[in-house]
Ligand binder design. Structure first.
Ligand code: TD4
Ligand code: CA
Ligand code: ZN
Length: 315
């Protein structure tokens, strides 16, 4: 369905192909409400950065898909950067179809919990529906590990993405990008000890799929100590959190990662912003007085991400 605005959403395929060539990555930022969306789009606008806005099944349930699409239309009308609207972790064909029919320019079909052949069949079904409608498709192969401390080599082989399988998967599905498992995980507690990603495997995956195919890194928040501290100083209890060190992103980008998913860091910034006002001004009860600072904090972290990922000036 075309959107009610003169500016159209861009498929992620175009943005990611360009990023691969330029050896930078696009952040994909999760949107759940108006303030988060405004923060992300203002950051992209100020730094002239293309953006991927992503919506999870949970976000659709919380905010209602139509509200989110209308908000994104407003974002298109008030910006001049390329914007993609992407479904994050679609679990079946129906949710992907609903998003494609609703006007999304990109969907993820996450069949990673299924056996290889079933994952392929599911992805192929979504690709066959999406491509004639100019919608890009991301799939996932391998499982994002939990907080495991010492994953053995054989365990890694079982859960991390296998390079030869990745190549076969891409060839047989015609998918546009692939989320891979190399040691990241969702949320604020990614590593028990030292942060470690399997870059050797990433290099093998890139060798197998070719350097013109975009890879996607999920669970890529950095969980900055400063943001956790603002939360904890204002009443939160977030202990033992650890994210992906920022130095790792340029290495990942050199090895074919063109999309980097960020949700947790936005949540931390937003929550810290709200908590601070709540603690410092207990008599305040105007939602704008705490949502405004929370939105400003998210904008700051997104601007920082854009610079770290090298997306600034690429619009
Ligand atoms: O795919 N994502 C975002 C996951 C969002 C989940 O949303 P719901 O709670 O609505 O299901 C990521 O890869 C983000 O990784 P991060 O490191 O930021 O947690
Ligand atoms: Ca998955
Ligand atoms: Zn994810």
């Amino acid at each position: 369905m075309p959107l009610c605005t003169s500016r159209q959403l861009v498929p992620t395929k175009e943005l990611l192909q360009k990023a691969l060539k330029g050896k930078y990555a696009l952040g994909a930022y999760n949107v759940n409400n108006m303030e988060l969306l405004q923060a992300i789009v203002e950051a992209g606008n100020e730094l002239k950065a293309p953006l991927i806005l992503q919506v999870s099944a949970g976000a659709r349930k919380y905010a209602n898909q139509t509200y989110l699409i209308k908000l994104v239309e407003a974002a298109l009308d008030s910006s001049d950067i390329p914007i993609a609207l992407h479904l994050d972790h679609g679990e079946d064909f129906e949710i992907c179809k609903a998003c494609i029919d609703g006007g999304f320019s990109s969907v993820m079909i996450d069949g990673s919990k299924h056996p290889f052949e079933e994952n392929i069949a599911l992805v192929k079904q979504v690709v066959d529906y999406a491509h004639p409608r100019n919608v890009s498709v991301e799939a996932e192969l391998g499982r994002l590990a939990g907080v495991e401390d010492n994953i053995s080599v054989s365990e890694k082989d079982a859960i991390y993405t296998n390079p030869a399988e990745a190549k076969e998967f891409i060839d047989r599905t015609g998918v546009d990008s692939l989320a891979i498992a190399i040691g990241t995980s969702h949320g604020a507690y990614k590593f028990k000890g030292e942060a470690k990603l399997d870059f050797e495997r990433l290099a093998e995956i890139q060798k197998a799929v070719g350097d013109d195919f975009p890879l996607v890194l999920h669970g890529a928040s950095s969980v900055p100590e400063e943001l956790v501290k603002i939360c904890n100083d204002n009443g939160a209890e977030i202990k033992g959190s650890k994210g992906v060190p920022e130095e790792m992103f340029s290495k990942a980008t050199q090895l074919g990662v063109a999309k980097i998913n960020v949700d947790t860091d936005l949540r931390l910034a937003f929550t810290g912003g709200i908590r601070k006002v709540m603690k410092e001004s207990p008599s305040e009860f105007d939602p704008r007085k705490y949502l405004g600072p929370a939105r400003a904090a998210v904008k700051e972290i997104v601007k920082h991400k854009i610079k770290v990922f090298g997306t600034d000036g690429k619009a």
